[in-house]
Design a binder for this molecule. Sequence first.
Ligand SMILES: Cc1cc2nc3c(=O)[nH]c(=O)nc-3n(C[C@H](O)[C@H](O)[C@H](O)COP(=O)(O)OP(=O)(O)OC[C@H]3O[C@@H](n4cnc5c(N)ncnc54)[C@H](O)[C@@H]3O)c2cc1C
Length: 512
Amino acid sequence: MNYYFKEEHEIFRQGLKDFLNKEVRPHIDKWEEERKIPKAIWKKFGEMGYLGLNYPEKYGGVDADFWYSVVFVEEVSKCLSGGFAATVTVQQYMSSPYLWKHGSEFLKEKYLTKAIAGEYICAIAITEPGAGSDVANIKTTAKKQGDHYIVNGAKVFITNGVYGDFIIAVVKTDPDKGAAGVSLLVIDRDAFGVEARKLKKLGWHSSDTAELSFDNVKVPAENLIGEEGMGFYYLMGGLQLERLIGAIGFVAGCDAAMEYSLQYMSEREAFGRPINKFQVLRHRIAQMSSEIEATKFFVYHCCRLHNDGQYAVKECSMAKLLSSELTEKIATQCLQFFGGYGYMEEYKMARMFRDSRIGTIGGGTSEIMREIIAKMVIDDVRYGGAGNNSNGQANPNGKHKQDLNSIDIKNEIKMSLESTITAMAAKAAEASPLGSTLKFNFGDDGQIFIDGTGDTNVVSADDKDADCMVNVTYDDFKALVSGDLNPMSAFMSGKIKVKGDMGVAMKLQSLI
Ligand SMILES: Cc1cc2nc3c(=O)[nH]c(=O)nc-3n(C[C@H](O)[C@H](O)[C@H](O)COP(=O)(O)OP(=O)(O)OC[C@H]3O[C@@H](n4cnc5c(N)ncnc54)[C@H](O)[C@@H]3O)c2cc1C
């Protein structure tokens, strides 16, 4: 009985397995050794329709439901090469979705159709030498000059950044606006001024990981994805899918490691019997199988939420956390079953072991996953969605934009609360309505209430319930306004406590 996959999904799985057995598995060792996957393979993937499973037919996609993608990710993750799985999942689920969800027709025609066809390989470049977990702190700039942007900066650890054809780069189009100044730009890998250095790494040997530098790179303005200043929101939506895809792959990797180990344990003998007859190892297998099964079905639950169009931040973060930590544990324990052979390259266990180590780091570390979950569980923070999910269903929480950018209350810091309200009211009235209510709660020192549900933002000292409540002392509020206190670190250190709709709270950065 299978509650998630229908017969057609299993038929698809069998066809995919046959394809992987013929076109991929026989070559994996070579690709790992050469630290490179030949581009020709992606065209074969494209011809089979494997790179556009959830994309519309108009762009060459298959327009299938998300469960086909679950099957796809499971099977590519069972090829015993994390590097191979990473290359293809970054292409289909971590970079090209931004084009489809937020890109113009021009970008879809020029880049998305080629990515689906396997003619172009793409990368997503978020991480910088000085900004990994702290994404809002990126420094790469894109300055508008006429019909172009001029991009300067550096990125690091970028999968597909060496052999890929284009990069979706996270840039600051307005460096003064923090998260509200972040945008996404498509940059051709061979554009003048783009340099890539291939990084040597512990695992994922067949995938290429780049350090990229952008030196006055001229990028056409039409390569902007969506709107300027919305990049952070697009990313928040994209990262949920990235984490979910990661979780599917990690669990499938656990299954593959177990299958590989069970086969070995049935053949390897010690003390006159197969090692799978030793009770201590049998119990370990029982424990590991139980944990894999439990995690797998939680991940399927998250897949169902995603397929239904839910913006499941808490669940996807939990799935990523649990599955990535599990894969590391399973790989370590499976290697133990192999004794000395597990340490040798001729057995795939060694590769699975080193490949497993990236799980708790890439796409948001375990510590960051725990931060997100803790905020939602303890502080009752809710995250608003960022655009559509992979099936194109609009997320009702994602409709509000960051539209208080123009508010500049820095000069008002010495004013009393009353005059601050007056100053904010004038500026907020000029900005587009928030679409919701926001309250700064200063405890005994009063509060500022912004009602953006009507045609304009109305600022007052009313003490009313709001969709989003920001608890902060008035002194810290003034420090935030004056720039003495960084909003992100105030948030991390608990000086700002947010209750309610986190999507509204994210606008704080631009507000102050
Ligand atoms: C093989 C590989 C492939 C990658 N591919 C890509 C890619 O394609 N595109 C891309 O953009 N990036 C990519 N990355 C980057 C990856 O997403 C980052 O490495 C990751 O987000 C962590 O950032 P960092 O390395 O700068 O670590 P840091 O952010 O410097 O973190 C260092 C340590 O501090 C902890 N830490 C940081 N902040 C907090 C906090 N608030 N609370 C508690 N602990 C905290 C972290 O958990 C970590 O343990 C890749 C990385 C690797 C290794």
